[in-house]
Structure formats: structure tokens, C-alpha cells
Design a protein around this ligand. Sequence first.
Ligand code: PRP
Ligand code: URA
Length: 209
Amino acid sequence: MANVTVVDHPLIQHKLTIMRDKETSIAGFRRLLREIAHLMCYEVTRDLELEMIPIETPMAHMDSPAIKGKKLVFASILRAGNGLLDGMLDLVPAARVAHIGIYRDHETLQPVEYYFKAPSNLEDRLIIVVDPMLATANSSIAAIDNLKKRGANNLRFLCLLAAPEGIAKFSAAHPDVPIFTAAIDSHLNEKGYIVPGLGDAGDRMYGTK
Ligand code: PRP
Ligand code: URA
């Protein structure tokens, strides 16, 4: 049984509808992705570890809870992951960041890896991997394979849209990694695109084609 949480808050669903619309501008698409990242960040970090830190209020000294931000890594699968990353960093500015350069070959749908840079000591950190699209799951599986090879053992995957085929494949490859998504769509088409989906997330974010 796949470990999937559908974060279906009305604000997320409303913003996602606008993102799906092919008439939505590049600027609008980017802004909405960042806003949805704020809302989804709330859910994916719900059980984050806190530490007590000493502060002085205007009235008294107190020990008050704070997120152990330095233990947290956001891992962005380039390019489109950066849209979610920006919103996540708005809320957790102390988080460390991993960049994982992967695109999928348009013919074979196999992942092509071209860049990897991550903080050290991954074995001690919670890593939230972000990419708006979970289609065949080839890219996200490769990204997580790579992180695990370097010691990561506590991971979550955050996306905007997932295909049932991708969820099944991802969960078989990485049953220990929970998936958080805003929606599960109908299916993949013959070219591996999510239907109804929103098209190519990277192209819509950056105006490429
Ligand atoms: C998109 C998306 C995911 C991948 C999902 O990236 O951002 O990384 O496709 O598809 P999959 O689940 O079938 O692997 P893309 O390959 O278009 O890379 P790009 O944005 O860098 O061009
Ligand atoms: N990547 C995208 O950007 N969109 C899809 O529908 C599938 C993969």
C-alpha cells in the first residue's frame, strides 16, 4: 500500500486549477507554485523536530520551541523543483539545500543525471525532495537512489501532481519514502505526460519549449 498524503486544502485546489489552465502566464504559474509550496510545506513539516532555545521576551526569560532548521535539507530536482524550493525556503530559511540535476530523455523517458550537490552528513538529516511532477517516477526514483547512496535514510517526497503509475513505481522502489501530493491525476499518456496534468512544468515555469 503506497504511503501517499493528498494535501487537498481548498486554497491549494483553487491555485492548482489556475496553474493547470493553459492560458495562465509564466509569471502567474511561478507565483502560484511558490504559494502552493507555502501551503504544502505546512503539511510536510507538521511533525518536525523542535528544540527549546532561550530567549528574552519584554517580560521575562523563557525557553521557547524552535525548528532545528540546520538538520533539514530540501532537495530540489532541477529544473521545476526550484519552484517548490523557493516557497519552502520562504518558510524555513535555515534549511540546507541539495540540487539534483536530472531531466528525462523525451524518447526513452529514462532519467539523465547531470548535476548533484548536497550538504554533508545526509545520514543525520531529514531530506524533503521536491519536484512538482511525479509521472513515470523515473526521475524521482533516480534522485532518491542517489541521495540514499550518499547516506540519506530519512526522506519525504513532495510534489504537486502524481500519476497512479508513478505512485506505484515509486512506492515499490522506495517504500520507506512517504509521498505528499496536491492531486492524483487520471493516467499517463503515450509520451509519459500526466493527464489532465498541467503540461511540462519546467517549460511553463521558465518559458522554454
Ligand atoms: C519533469 C519534472 C520531473 C520529471 C517527471 O522534468 O520536473 O523531474 O519531468 O517525470 P518522470 O516522473 O516521468 O521522471 P523534466 O524531465 O522535464 O526536466 P526539466 O524541467 O529540467 O526539463
Ligand atoms: N514532466 C512534466 O513536466 N509534466 C508531465 O506531465 C510529466 C513529466
